[in-house]
Design a protein around this ligand. Sequence first.
Ligand SMILES: NC(=O)c1ccc[n+]([C@@H]2O[C@H](COP(=O)([O-])OP(=O)(O)OC[C@H]3O[C@@H](n4cnc5c(N)ncnc54)[C@H](OP(=O)(O)O)[C@@H]3O)[C@@H](O)[C@H]2O)c1
Length: 345
Amino acid sequence: MTAAVLLRHGGPDALEVRGDRPVPRPGPGQVLVRVTAAAMNNTDIWTREGAYGLPGRPEAEAGWRGPVDFPRVQGGDIAGEVSAVGAGVSGAWTGRRVLVDPAFYADESEDAAPVGLLGSEADGGFAGYVAVDAARLHDMSTSPLSDEELAALPVAYGTAMGMLERARITGDEKVLVTGASGGVGLALVQLAAARGARVVALTSGSKAEALREAGAAATLSREETDFRRRLDEAVPGGLDAVADVAGGPWLERLLPALRDGARWVIAGAVAGPVVPFDLRRLYLHNLSLIGSSMHTRAHFAQLADLARAGALRPRIAARYDLSDIHAAQEEFRRGAHIGKIVVTP
Ligand SMILES: NC(=O)c1ccc[n+]([C@@H]2O[C@H](COP(=O)([O-])OP(=O)(O)OC[C@H]3O[C@@H](n4cnc5c(N)ncnc54)[C@H](OP(=O)(O)O)[C@@H]3O)[C@@H](O)[C@H]2O)c1
């Protein structure tokens, strides 16, 4: 089969498209999924580059959970069709359209923390086929979403769902979303607006209109000079929550715009991982700072229910053949897109 194989940490040449990769065999408890669509995420690029560092060694080359076992097929966002089942798995799965939960969990509970990801700790979906545990499957036979739309969900929408749930963001709240045109950010805008929240989207350039179409009640440009006044106009009385994937200077800048008792949930740091901020703003106003990594099984099941009901429609920014994965990564890196970039084998 054809697969994009990561041979080592490095630049684009560390990723090779090969036509001679053997089709994996499903082991006991596993199924073989014929991949029909796989979406791209920041983690594919950061893992290729080894950009996550290690505890105490921020410059070290590593994947998000530490050393990566090469060669590795990346891709945590997988939609496809079950083409074979391993020992102990019901044959009723064969032929079904499925969405794959990419997370490895710390234990068997519904609320277990994610501790690994397909495409990082095991082979993922940038290939014709992938063997996965049957426990990861969510049946999408009845979903009105296309395979590309389904593939857009797991990492970005799973992470967004995890953030909204961990910060307990509800329908009558005012929420600012950073990185709003990106994969996780757009998912946050859509999911929070679908709950009824008043969403303010922080974005750049000419992306505001697309974000209002996605459900944002107001948008703010990160190039805005009179930023605080614009924010106060958009949300008089202060923000109830910030759902943040940017970090960097935004924490210090936006913390004073939160009302007393508000929450700041963070899942990414595209604007910088190491930040100074005034701790007094945190404790004097009873603010909560919440770290959020991916999703739990319970969060993913909620997402799968929304997908089956057609209650959300991810925006597909671009499509590439798997053989053009380098071009797909280039476009992702440019950051001019809005929504998810999908590759199809
Ligand atoms: N914790 C987790 O489980 C988890 C899971 C997935 C992703 N992540 C992390 O979440 C972050 C976002 O991921 P993604 O896939 O959504 O990335 P993405 O698609 O590249 O989107 C990031 C967005 O951030 C905005 N941005 C870029 N530079 C910025 C800056 N200096 N200041 C403010 N905003 C900036 C841009 O949107 P605008 O132009 O609209 O501002 C961009 O579209 C990454 O750090 C990723 O590693 C974490």
